[in-house]
Design a protein around this ligand. Structure first.
Ligand SMILES: [Zn+2]
Length: 198
């Protein structure tokens, strides 16, 4: 990967220890309420648009008590478009971190036309994370709201959980997520994980 096409990474957790349980979380539509702009799903561009779901805090606390590392994996093409600054991205990280103890924020800042290695559904962001921190046989789960999240999980062979949104429940979209476990509330993840593992 050339340096222009590496994911952008912010660490809150500095450790040389290998991680054996991780939940990858999409940001917009999973932790933050989605922003719909001209009928397109978009990301927050101003502070007022950053709205964290009410269930995030309890979920984060439980995840930590169960020993999970929490990794945000998110496409943020507005950065390379010059619409959103890295300062704003970091401000958003800080807002989220006040509510949930995210260990890593990994962002693809590129647009589709740039053909980087990290833009979901490509696997670059998770490959990067795995290459640095994962133990062999580690347990990984991904939570997302869009088809690119699910495709990424399928490509790397990990369990996927879909957070319900109006745009993934329509008849057109639902067909893409056949047999995928769905949640309305992040705290329902634990029931699903138990079912998957037992
Ligand atoms: Zn990228």
């Amino acid at each position: 990967m050339s340096s222009n096409f590496e994911p952008l990474v912010y660490l809150n957790f500095l450790s040389s220890e290998k991680i054996d349980k991780v939940i990858y979380l999409d940001r917009d539509g999973v932790l933050l309420k989605p922003v719909i702009r001209e009928e397109e799903i978009s990301s927050a561009r101003i502070k007022l648009e950053v709205c964290i779901y009410d269930d995030v805090e309890t979920f984060g606390r439980e995840a930590k008590s169960l020993g999970y590392t929490l990794v945000v994996v998110s496409n943020q093409p507005d950065i390379s478009r010059g619409i959103v600054s890295k300062t704003f991205l970091k401000w958003t990280n800080r807002k989220l971190s006040e509510v949930i103890p995210i260990d890593y924020y990994i962002y693809c800042t590129h647009q589709a036309s740039m053909n980087c290695m990290c833009r979901k559904p490509k696997i670059g962001m998770i490959s990067y994370f795995r290459s640095i921190h994962m133990s062999k046989g580690a347990s990984e789960i991904m939570v997302g709201d869009r088809i690119v999240d699910y495709q990424l999980a399928q490509k790397i062979g990990i369990d996927f959980i879909l957070r319900n949104q109006t745009y993934n429940c329509s008849i057109d979209s639902a067909v893409n997520f056949l047999n995928v476990p769905r949640i309305n509330n992040l705290n329902d993840i634990w029931t699903i994980i138990k079912d998957v593992r037992c």
